[in-house]
Ligand binder design. Structure first.
Ligand code: NAP
Length: 309
């Protein structure tokens, strides 16, 4: 790997650049923390994020504790509500209603996945759109579709910010999004096709029923992968000079690691990296950007409230 210019005019070059999510997120966190200090100095209310977790899924617990820790780092208030996996749907909905009405809480998330006996859609729809800082509520997703002000869900928004802040040009490019989930793939495909930069791409959305997967992926200038299959994307699926964004985070058993597992992306990083103009690592790529995007949305919730006063 060679040294890189800060501003990169073209994605297609003879070198590869790591899109460092940790460094970009650190920059953003500093900006958010500065804004919080200003709010505090002016006697305003600091952002307050609440997180609800149901059950004891290890990965979910890690995500939620990272979110709470980031709140502390940025000067936010935070509340963690940990409920047992035996919590009924009605009990969880009651908690959601309570948080909707709590004027101290500016935004909240209900960590997914939820236990099987709870309908995730029902819970998402019960969250007041103005407190839905995850951006999963149908109203917020609809507003995003229409290009209206809203909370854009954290992972797609984090990816846009990563592209923007690292000077990755997207206009006129062919973007292939792999995976069509409501929280990553589908919103990402819409955002990359909108009339904006980052955006203005010709977008192809592929999924598990796509027939010519390898061929479609290999035609991408920008390849965004969110499927949850460790190291699925191999070198023959990546075009020379492509920008590769790896959203996947799969825990793969690894006794050499202190926690007994390694976190793997959806892309075979070692096999693919030398073909790319830009690539995100896992960990340290999209993950840190997702958390900081959630914080941006929570700050926005407070700013919206303050504007209304
Ligand atoms: P999801 O809801 O499980 O959806 C997976 C999508 O991938 C589905 O659309 C599925 O297609 C598609 N898919 C599965 N196998 C495929 C294959 N072999 N070829 C093509 N498409 C395939 O997943 P998600 O919630 O979007 O998450 C995806 C990954 O991103 C997971 O590893 C998750 O942990 C990670 N993630 C990371 C962050 C972060 O901040 N880093 C945030 C969110 C998610 P069908 O629709 O046809 O079934």
């Amino acid at each position: 790997m060679r040294g890189f210019p800060l501003e990169v005019e073209s994605n297609i070059g003879d070198f590869m650049q790591i899109l460092d999510g940790r460094a970009t997120a650190a920059q953003l966190k500093k900006e958010i923390a500065d804004k919080v200090k200003k709010i505090q100095a002016a006697g305003g209310k600091v952002p307050h994020l609440a997180a609800v977790i149901v059950g004891d899924d290890g990965a979910s617990q890690t995500y939620v504790s990272n979110k709470v820790r980031t709140c502390e780092e940025l000067g936010f208030e935070s509340t963690l509500i940990a409920l047992p996996s035996s919590t009924s749907e009605a009990e969880l909905l009651a908690k959601v209603h309570e948080l909707n009405e709590n004027t101290e809480v500016d935004g909240f998330i209900v960590q997914v996945p939820l236990p099987d006996h709870i309908d995730e859609d029902k819970v998402t729809e019960a969250i007041k759109p103005e407190k839905d800082v995850d951006g999963f509520h149908p109203e917020n997703l609809g507003r995003m579709m229409l290009g209206l002000p809203t909370y854009i869900s954290a992972t797609p928004n984090g990816i846009l910010e990563l592209l923007r802040r690292n000077g990755v040009k997207t206009t006129g490019k062919h973007c292939v999004v792999v995976g069509r989930s409501n929280i990553v793939g589908t919103p990402m495909s819409i955002l990359m096709s909108r009339n904006a930069e980052p955006g203005n791409c010709t977008v192809t959305l592929v999924h598990s029923r796509t027939a010519n997967m390898q061929e479609v992926c290999a035609s991408a200038d920008i390849l965004i992968v969110a499927i949850g299959k460790a190291e699925f994307v191999s070198a023959d699926m990546v075009k020379e000079g492509a920008v590769v964004i790896d959203v996947g985070t799969t825990r793969v058993p690894d006794e050499s690691k202190p926690k007994g597992f390694a976190l793997k992306g959806d892309v075979d990083f070692e096999a693919v990296k030398d073909k790319c103009s830009f690539i995100t690592p896992v960990p340290g790529g999209v993950g840190p950007m997702t958390i900081v995007s959630l914080m941006q949305n929570t700050l926005r919730a407070v700013e919206r409230k303050n504007k209304k006063k």
